[in-house]
Design a protein around this ligand. Sequence first.
Ligand code: ADP
Ligand code: ZN
Length: 437
Amino acid sequence: MMDVPFWNREIETAERSCLRRLQLQRLRDTVGWALQTHLYKRKLGQAGIHAPDDIKSLQDLRRIPYTTKDDLRLSFPKGLLAVDMTEVIRVHSSSGTTGIPTVIYFARDDVDNWTDLLARSIVGAGATPADVFQNMMTYGMFTGGLGLHYGAERVGMTVIPIGGGNTKRQIQTMKDFQTTVLHVTPSYLLHIHSKLGEDGIHREDLALRKAFIGAEPHSENTRRKLQDLLHIDAYNSYGLSELNGPGVAFECVCKKDMHVWEDAYIAEVINPDTGAVLKEGEEGELVLTNLVRRATPILRYRTRDLAFLYPQGCDCGRTHRRLSRILGRTDDMLIINGVNVFPSQIEERIMKIPEVATNYQIHVDKKGVLDRLTVRVEICPKLFLGEATVLEALKRKIVEELRSSIVISPQVELHEPGSLPVFEGKAKRVVDERPKD
Ligand code: ADP
Ligand code: ZN
């Protein structure tokens, strides 16, 4: 066993049988709370579940119907509220990447439990009270800001609640306070890297050692690129506001994908078309159940995130199963002339190519009856001054690389660094201008 840091060693390394007992007990509690809400009174009632005791074993989880984003939307504003409003101390909502936001209520214990999961995640990724933590995620209703903020304070780090955006100020602040750990979207960190040096502040003026990257899909190649460019360790952080926010799953210092905190969540992976529960190792849609949230308990939520669970443990000794990185979203899939394409496949390939800089955009439109996919990539500045034949060769190389992954041949455009739109929060990489019919 490696000598690795723990926040709560007992729970993080608990025997699987203990974890399962705890899950059953907490699932019953959660069903009891859920039955207080309009939504679940109806949904659970239809499945013949009227009291916590109707859940006899963890197998009975399968009797509980799935919850969808639409269920949450239709329950707006209070259909999912399980406690009296006087007990609610905070409201968060999802960032609404794909539609109307959904609202989540937190009671005092909910904030406390969530904070603890984040403290656990942060310590598991090797950060300590000696670290200076610059939180570049957007604050406000979005859970990325306050979630990690509370967790980092609980660990005892020095927290800089700078929030998203204002790249110059971010860089200056990293220097002034000798920031050691960042929380940031991978796309924004790539952008920050591209701006280093502009105001005379270089990497060697900074004390950076780690970054927690999350909130948007990214590939292993992007992680590597960030690590190499910035000489840091980058750790994947996964969560969604429906299930609290960040802290659902987080990488430990082994950096071999993320531990799902199974004392607080039950993770399942299902076939998104049939709803059948899949085995460990099989890729499908991640479904999550809250085990410790009173004010807005959510059962078997279909995340629309595609991933798989690892069957085996981890070198760190934690017994909580690991989740793969998010391989795509069932709803960001593009269909290009009948071929399914995930933006993550494109990202993975282009980030492997050293001449490609840090920003790109996926553009889709129609030419006649056919869909046209164009991948716009920024390339390294010095290449731009080079010969046209070099650029042509690079273009062909990118097309080839993409074709081997997504089967179709996209158009590729090479752009000057700094010319494509930049996002300070979650990047919007896909511009789909096909007429909606
Ligand atoms: P929205 O669905 O409106 O974007 P959230 O702000 O709650 O709502 O974002 C949660 C979603 O962000 C997840 O369902 C997932 O698709 C994406 N996400 C969060 N963390 C990661 C990560 N580490 N890797 C890939 N995708 C992530
Ligand atoms: Zn581990």
